[in-house]
Write a protein that binds this ligand. Structure first.
Ligand code: 1CP
Length: 366
């Protein structure tokens, strides 16, 4: 089924992501639909998190909340969902525990554990299993009515692998490190399987109406440069190399692809060669240094203010914006930068302070 949606009134982020010169840098923030917004808690009530993801009416309402609150200041929506829907589609149980985060009651313990074989052997049909995401995307595009583009996303294979083996968030990465250093071949087989599902999942999100896509490698920085080369980068590359072809098979035009290898600052040079149009930077990068590393390659940077600055004073926020505007050479280049935080916005931020951040980006890039 082909959809027809209202034409975009604001396509700034799409043009910027393709490397074009633009009148001002586009802005959005990771996790912009979420816990810092009082209207999020109101709409979510005490409904289960994944139930909200699975209900297109609710997911689209939550996606639109920051677009409505920050109308005229913000340049993209990101579909309300979670990276962990892929492990769910692969047959694993994932619960979202209030105030704690995701929990897998039965994580993958070792290659001999029957569950690993089950996950590996099971045919996973993301067109069927994740149909609710595509429905939410299509409904959101209709409700957006062309206001701003909609971003689709998935978790990177390495990051999803961490959750599938750890069973939730972790500081130690004991299980995932045991896997990569004890069972590298079985690890790679699973990473490859996840990468293939990511390609299909992203293609179907675009088919449903997503206009850019982002791959979140939130745990990239837990790997050494050598381990990143083995266990993350090849699978990020698989996604960027196969998605355009898959879109073509569906009769769809390519969309800009964003990769966010959080914490893997050492990988910027090689990640810039993977075929992604945009590389997301966390706040450990100095903007001017990152611009130098990318050099004349056609790669756009997304980022990278410390989300923690939003707990600070307005003067501190202004300074953080100035640092990006100057460091990314905005006034000289007028291209190559999508403004964002260096990671997701955190709970307890005052939404008025995020508004001030947006206003400062607009003011200082005039
Ligand atoms: O607004 C948006 O950005 C869209 C929605 C979105 C996205 C892009 C959510 C909603 N989750 C994600 C991606 C996601 N989920 C990532 C990658 C981005 C990142 O690094 O922040 C990760 C690692 C997750 C896993 C996850 N889901 C966590 C982290 C736990 C840990 O390991 O520390 C948590 C707390 C969630 C729950 C979640 N996902 C999204 C929201 C709004 C929430 C909070 C749910 C709630 O308590 O109400």
């Amino acid at each position: 089924m082909e959809h027809s949606f209202a034409p975009l009134q604001n396509d700034l982020i799409v043009r910027a992501a393709w490397g074009k010169k633009v009148e001002r840098p586009p802005i959005w923030v990771m996790r912009q639909a979420g816990r810092y917004l009082p209207e999020y808690h109101e709409a979510k009530g005490n409904k289960d998190f994944f139930e909200c993801c699975r209900t297109p009416e609710i997911a689209s309402t939550l996606t639109l909340q920051p677009i409505e609150r920050y109308a005229g200041l913000i340049d993209a929506a990101i579909i309300f969902s979670d990276i962990l829907v892929i492990p769910q589609a692969m047959g694993m149980t994932v619960e979202m525990v209030d105030k704690k985060g995701p929990h897998f009651p039965n994580p993958l313990t070792s290659p001999d554990d029957g569950q690993y074989r089950e996950v590996m052997d099971r045919h996973c049909d993301v067109s069927k299993e994740l149909d609710y995401v595509y429905k939410a995307i299509t409904m959101t595009r209709t409700k957006l009515n062309g206001r701003v583009p909609l971003i689709g996303f998935c978790g990177a294979p390495w990051t999803l692998f961490c959750y599938m083996t750890e069973g939730g968030g972790t500081k130690l990465f004991k299980e995932s490190k045991t896997w990569i250093y004890k069972y590298p071949e079985e690890t790679k087989a699973l990473l490859q399987k996840i990468a293939e599902l990511c390609v299909e999942y992203l293609a179907l999100q675009v088919k449903a109406g997503a206009q850019l896509i982002q791959v979140f490698d939130s745990w990239a920085g837990e790997l050494s440069p050598a381990a990143f080369k083995k266990f993350s980068e090849p699978y990020l590359a698989y996604i960027s190399q196969h998605l355009p072809g898959r879109l073509k098979e569906y009769g769809l035009e390519p969309v800009p692809m964003i990769v966010f290898p959080k914490g893997a600052w050492y990988s910027l040079d090689s990640v810039s060669n993977l075929g992604y149009n945009v590389v997301g930077l966390d706040w450990l990068h100095d903007p001017a240094e990152a611009v130098k590393v990318i050099g004349d390659r056609p790669v756009v940077i997304q980022g990278n203010a410390d989300p923690g600055v939003l707990y600070g004073s307005h003067a501190a926020i202004t300074e953080a914006v100035k640092n990006m505007v100057d460091g990314f050479g905005w006034h000289e280049r007028k291209s190559g930068w999508i403004c964002n935080l260096g990671h997701g916005i955190t709970p307890f931020v005052n939404p008025e302070d995020l508004k001030f951040f947006f206003q400062e980006v607009h003011r200082l890039t005039k």
